[in-house]
Design a protein around this ligand. Structure first.
Ligand code: FAD
Ligand code: MG
Ligand code: MG
Length: 300
């Protein structure tokens, strides 16, 4: 596998999602959200910051939002590349995908679950991410990004998987400068308009492996000391239905024998010990929750 092949696969995932014939309202609104993000990347972002240069970087913390955004980003990278090949005077065989690794940045400061750390490591390999990982001393996010820019001074813009429903996310724009107390660069936020249900719909349809914590009832993952499974997913609390049965059964490249399976990463042994005492199926999986206002109910 190469980055070019992964980008092409992501393009097939999004194309196949857009061409699907599901009549669910969630799929319909996700197609609209997807097309808007695609327009942002292809018309507003890549025309200003060439994604094949070192001007653009991707902020990645292994969570569902930046994973779904990464799939969209790679899909658009492929589309951008294919368009340039199509409009070139030279035949396609003379064009090579210009990137081997995707510039990404991970600020590793809060103590987090080893399952998430392992998941970041395996996605790093699967998506050919060249990850800048911040030194693990306790500094603020702006300080950590200042250090990142010292090492990667060509960076002009960073892609972020923040949504309007996140804390302090309601007034943000797709393209904007950082705030005064932050180092100066452009923030690229093409996922703002995505609702929780849209994220799960495309992510589960993609059939890409996701972090195993989500299957155990996590809906938002923060530090190990302040995150628990979402209490609204407790089975004793209510009777919930899976809102994404269609996505799971019809997932991209799904094999018949896996029809009801979601691909999740293995829980680390440290996290298994951490959850010892909780029964295996005490919580519904994270994707059973689609109310944005309850997404962080497991965070203190
Ligand atoms: P999450 O869903 O956890 O994160 C949202 C997205 O932020 C993720 O998808 C990922 O793309 C990115 N992200 C979050 N944590 C990390 C991490 N540890 N390492 C790498 N990427 C991460 N806030 C301001 O008030 N003013 C600013 O100018 C500003 N600029 C920012 C620039 C960048 C590049 C980033 C990553 C964040 C910036 N923020 C800024 C903070 C931002 O608005 C969110 O508060 C922050 O990303 C945390 O998000 P969350 O935990 O609420 O949600
Ligand atoms: Mg998030
Ligand atoms: Mg976070």
């Amino acid at each position: 596998m190469t980055l070019a092949e992964v980008a092409e696969r992501c393009y097939h995932i999004t194309s196949s999602y857009l061409a699907s014939s599901s009549d669910s309202a969630i799929v319909g609104s996700t197609k609209e959200a997807l097309n808007l993000t695609r327009r942002y990347f292809l018309q507003d972002v890549f025309t200003q910051w060439n994604p094949f240069s070192k001007k653009l970087s991707f902020s990645y913390n292994g969570g569902k939002d930046c994973q779904v955004l990464l799939i969209l980003y790679l899909s658009c990278l492929w589309e951008f590349f294919a368009e340039s090949v199509g409009s070139s005077q030279y035949p396609a065989q003379y064009h090579q995908f210009p990137l081997r690794f995707l510039p990404t940045v991970y600020i590793n400061q809060t103590e987090t679950f080893t399952t998430l750390e392992n998941s970041i490591e395996s996605t790093r390999k699967r998506y050919f991410l060249s990850v800048y990982e911040s030194p693990q001393n306790q500094t603020s996010m702006p300080e950590a990004f200042k250090k990142f820019l010292d090492v990667h001074p060509q960076t002009e813009a960073i892609v972020i998987g923040i949504r309007h429903t996140d804390p302090f996310g309601s007034d943000l724009d797709c393209v904007q400068k950082t705030d005064k107390n932050w180092p100066t660069f452009m923030r690229i936020q093409p996922l703002l308009h995505w609702k929780l249900a849209n994220v799960w719909s495309l992510l589960l349809y993609s059939n890409e492996e996701i972090c195993g914590l989500y299957e155990t009832g996590f809906t938002s993952i923060g530090s190990i000391n302040s995150t628990v499974p979402n209490p609204f997913l407790k089975k004793s609390h209510s009777d919930l239905q899976n809102p994404f049965q269609w996505e799971i059964e019809n997932a991209f490249g799904k094999r018949k024998e896996d029809i009801n399976k979601v691909r999740v990463s293995k829980l680390s042994s440290a996290d298994v010990q951490l959850f010892a005492g909780c029964s295996d199926d005490e919580y519904y999986p994270g994707w059973y929750l689609v109310d944005d206002s309850l997404e962080r109910a497991g965070r203190s």
